[in-house]
Design a protein around this ligand. Structure first.
Ligand SMILES: [Zn+2]
Length: 416
């Protein structure tokens, strides 16, 4: 039995001062005997663990970027108990053998649970459909061709229908690659100043419109990941109001940074979709404030140091963000935009679990202890050693942030 006292425990949408304990079976209990030795959590917040819809685990096949050991450490360090693994591994997770491998390997690192996504098409080529039914039986929770959006609409129709017959969650990275190819940053002033091709907003919105129409026509739900502009979000909100079963998520970096951050040629700000302008960023933050988003997802995309050391136009896209996503959100949403933590925490915990029809992680009597302890008063400078992911491509290194995760518990055990 491990007892905690005076913490601010997140219960039914509010922080309440409460003592609690983890019993010998790893379960939460509020029945505490008086006078027992307890860890003092005065002023610290106790929050049910987070959920990430969009993590690039890179394994199997690209262990030089990330491996199961590091990804599970980064997840627990970031307060996550569950992460969804994207299928752009090597080989691609387009068949049941790879899904089996991910499920079995992940269990060797019991710091968080990994839910694998399968690809929609073989080798992410956008042509032949992958073995979705068999992948589902092996434990795939959803499908996506993330990073390699299916360009052929007829193939997308078949992929959605096939996924739907197996009740697989469908997630799309909306990008028309003929419009975005050669682009390095958001199209506009920044791409002009940097001398690079731009990635226009229409590369995203045209595919979102296609997906909305397919979802409406087929009556199959679709989730659009990492929505990056005001216009994209407006199109989805309008479709939702019309009854289309479309949902979306936003990343912590699109809520926190803009294209201007790329002007210093720091490749750690190079992401796809690109960081957009301040008008877009503000609109997305406002959507969170109004409770209009379905989820916040990290799009954790670790790379090896040498890859991000290439010139901006040759460096790969992606931010390693699992370690710091929650703390960055706390700084952006709560400290800067004054949105209380209790108003946005659901977007990175209960809401994505609902989208995937998964059970919730709550701090309730008799449930398995899955939570993290957050010191919102602590200021700290982030060093490369504070990034537990193998990918150090995190633009927050060297920056001072408010709020630090102190410990994380998974299935009753301290994992960070
Ligand atoms: Zn993507």
């Amino acid at each position: 039995m491990k007892t905690f006292k005076d913490g601010l425990v997140f219960l039914n949408g509010k922080f309440v001062k409460k003592d609690f304990a983890i019993d010998n079976n790893g379960k939460i209990t509020f029945k505490i005997s008086k006078g027992v030795k307890a860890e003092d959590l005065k002023g610290k917040k106790v929050i049910p663990s987070l959920f990430d819809l969009h993590t690039h685990t890179r394994c199997p096949g690209q262990e030089y970027k990330e491996d199961f050991d590091h990804i599970t450490k980064a997840a627990s360090h970031g307060g996550f108990s569950e992460i969804c693994a994207m299928p752009n591994t090597k080989p691609v997770a387009d068949n049941e053998a790879i899904i089996d491998y991910i499920v079995l390997e992940a269990e060797k690192f019991p710091r968080c649970k990994i839910y694998p996504f399968g690809s929609m098409t073989v080798n992410l080529e956008g042509k032949k459909l992958s073995r979705m039914g068999l992948m589902k039986q092996s434990g795939a929770i959803g499908v996506t061709d993330d990073g390699m959006c299916i360009q052929n609409t007829s193939t997308m129709v078949k992929a959605m229908q096939y996924a739907s017959t197996h009740d697989l969650f469908i997630m799309d990275h909306a990008e028309d690659i003929n419009l975005s190819s050669q682009g390095q940053v958001n199209e506009g002033e920044t791409s002009y100043k940097m001398g690079y091709g731009g990635i226009p907003e229409i590369a995203e919105t045209t595919v979102i419109l296609r997906d909305i129409e397919l979802s409406r026509y087929l009556e199959i739900p679709i989730h659009i990941t990492h929505v990056s502009t005001k216009r994209s979000a407006e199109l989805i909100l309008k479709a939702k109001a019309d009854g289309v079963q479309v949902t979306f998520d936003i990343t912590p970096h699109h809520l926190s940074f803009t294209e201007k951050d790329c002007l210093g040629f720091n490749t750690d700000f190079k992401v796809n979709p690109p960081l957009r302008n301040e008008k877009d960023r503000k609109f997305l933050v406002d959507l969170v404030k109004r409770g209009k988003v379905d989820a916040i997802a990290t799009d954790h995309a670790p790379h090896a140091e040498f890859e991000k050391e290439f010139a901006f136009n040759n460096a790969p896209f992606g931010i390693s963000s699992l370690d710091t996503a929650f703390v960055l959100l706390y700084n952006t949403l709560t400290i800067k935009a004054k949105i209380p933590l209790e108003k946005w925490i659901e977007f990175i915990s209960s809401k994505p679990r609902n989208l995937l029809k998964l059970p919730q992680k709550e701090l309730k009597e008799g449930v398995m202890a899955n939570f993290f302890i957050f010191d919102s008063e602590k200021k700290w400078k982030i060093n490369a050693d504070d990034i537990f992911s193998k990918g150090k491509n995190n633009p927050l290194i060297g920056k001072i942030l408010n709020g630090k995760i102190i410990n994380t518990y998974f299935r009753g055990k301290k994992v960070y």
